[in-house]
Design a protein around this ligand. Structure first.
Ligand code: MLC
Ligand code: AMP
Length: 449
């Protein structure tokens, strides 16, 4: 699964780094302790220690459940209750003992359990087997001409497939390096100017880079030196794509993925970097764009994306009902709507569910926020929607019918941040006397804008 021990640098977080030899030694030492467990949760702080714990789990054939370090109490309780980890690690001290030898577990062995929001209810645990990761990283290496000579920089969180699945495990399999930074355009630019060759980011990060490089020629030059900038997790606005290309000469490569599928579609390194398009299916992955009956809609028409291939997850943990509902005739139904151009390029145009919000690249279910807001004593009724936002893509809006005197918006924001996660907090709170409803009593969210 991982590149062999050597003196090459594998990981760097600030001042701290590990070579491949050190990584194998540290992860091997911890793996001895983890052997025999089924699932181990890791508080996914942005640290070297988190990466070593994840690699140790994978060496030992244990499934890792990464936890957002800012997880609120309600969401944490759900994830621990659902995944029942045998152990929970947090910034586990790195010990250089024996690297040990470990048999490679079978390809269907669970590797990661990633919690992701749905339209209703609490997040579901996406169980990704080892072959999803290995096949997908290998396909991306080919698509992006990604080699052991590459040094990847990013500032993504380590509890999702973007930052962890491909942003850490990618370089560690390919044999290149990853440098992790606290995100700012300047921190990324500095790394690109001092040896990093490629960057991963969500569109919010590229929006902030676009703003920064337009006003700072020296920073723009740092981005100019990159071999490859990749965007994903949400749609990259064509305007930000063009602003960055103008200021830095870099055409951003966009790719489309999901927790359940890893990366399905991408622009190739030597492909046409067309703003608004995510490119072609990666090697080994079948993609179709279908109507409601599951028939291909043909080029130029809007349909739902369905996916098939070795990249797919095994199941939603403890949710056979949800797993079954996610597939049709062996194809995984993404819920994303797209158009295929005559040359096969895919353009994502939206998603089926109005109750799923993508904010800063995080997927957030309206239902989970509504449920916790209803627990607040000052909230009588509530509906949560996503509104277009230049920076976040979408911002979370809570439409509240107060019980008595209207609460401070900050009280409601803190309530959600504390029970769920800070990124799920409403950025805007609007008060109403009543929610628009149909005769059945269902809230008409499309009328809230
Ligand atoms: C603010 N903060 C609060 C708060 N208000 N904390 C508690 N309570 C409150 N009321 C804190 C935050 O915790 C944070 O702290 C800081 O204020 C700013 O938080 P934010 O406003 O949420 O950050 P923001 O500036 O919006 O972040 C932008 C961002 C972030 C782009 C850096 O959204 C991000 O990292 N996005 C990446 C998401 C991602 O990886 N998605 C991939 C999913 S996988 P502090 O200390 O943190 O500054 C997927 C599949 C695929 O989609 O295809 O890839
Ligand atoms: P998650 O469940 O957090 O893994 O988010 C997956 C979702 O992110 C997908 O279903 C898409 O809606 C969205 N997404 C990921 N990449 C892109 C992209 N390049 N363009 C548009 N949407 C994207």
């Amino acid at each position: 699964m991982f590149a062999e021990p050597s003196d090459r640098e594998a990981l760097r977080f600030g001042e701290k780094s590990l070579t491949y030899a050190e990584l194998h030694q540290a992860a091997g030492t911890l793996a001895e302790r983890l052997k025999g467990n089924i699932r181990v949760a890791v508080w996914a702080t942005s640290t070297l220690e988190t990466c070593v714990s994840v690699v140790a789990g994978l060496k030992a054939g244990v499934a890792i459940v990464p936890l957002n370090p800012k997880l609120g109490e309600r969401e944490l309780e759900h994830i621990l209750g659902d995944s029942k980890p045998d152990l929970i690690l947090r910034d586990e001290p790195i010990v250089f003992g024996e690297p040990g030898t470990f048999d490679e577990p079978g390809p269907e062995t669970p590797a990661l359990v990633i919690y992701t929001s749905g339209t209703t209810g609490p997040p579901k645990g996406v169980v990704l087997p080892r072959r999803s990761l290995t096949s997908n990283i290998d396909a991306l290496a080919q698509a992006w001409q990604w080699t052991s000579g590459d040094v990847l920089v990013h500032g993504l969180p380590l509890f999702h497939v973007h930052g962890l699945g491909i942003g850490v495990l990618g370089p560690l399999r390919i044999g290149g390096a990853v440098r992790h930074v606290k995100f700012s355009p300047e921190a990324i630019g500095h790394e690109l100017a001092t040896g990093a060759t490629m960057m991963f980011g969500v569109p919010t990060m590229y929006h902030r880079i676009a703003e920064a490089v337009e006003n700072d020629a020296a920073l723009a030059d740092q981005f100019r030196t990159a071999r490859l900038l990749v965007s994903g997790s949400a749609a990259l606005p064509a305007s930000d794509h063009e602003r960055i290309a103008k200021a830095t000469g870099q055409g951003i490569v966009e790719r489309y993925g999901m927790s359940e599928t890893l990366m399905n579609v991408s622009v190739r390194f030597d492909g046409d970097r067309r703003p608004g398009a995510v490119g072609l299916p990666v090697d080994g992955v079948d993609v179709q764009v279908v109507d409601e009956q599951g028939h291909d809609v043909g080029d130029g028409a809007i349909g739902e994306i369905e996916v098939r291939g070795p990249n797919l997850f095994l199941e939603y943990l403890n949710r056979p009902d949800a797993t079954e509902a996610a597939f049709r005739d062996g194809w995984f139904r993404t819920g994303d709507m797209a158009v295929r151009d005559p040359d096969g390029y895919i353009r994502i145009v939206g998603r089926q569910a109005t109750d799923l919000i993508k904010s800063g690249g995080y997927k957030i279910g309206a239902g989970e926020i509504e449920n916790v807001l209803l627990e607040h004593p000052s909230v009588a009724e509530v509906a949560v929607t996503g509104e277009p936002d230049d920076d976040l893509g979408e911002r979370i809006v809570a439409w509240v019918v107060p019980a008595g005197e209207a609460p401070e918006p900050s009280a409601l924001r803190d309530h959600v941040a504390k029970l769920l996660s800070p990124h799920k907090r409403p950025r805007v709170v609007r008060y109403l006397q009543a929610l628009p409803r149909n005769e059945m009593g269902k809230v008409l969210k499309r009328e809230l804008s």
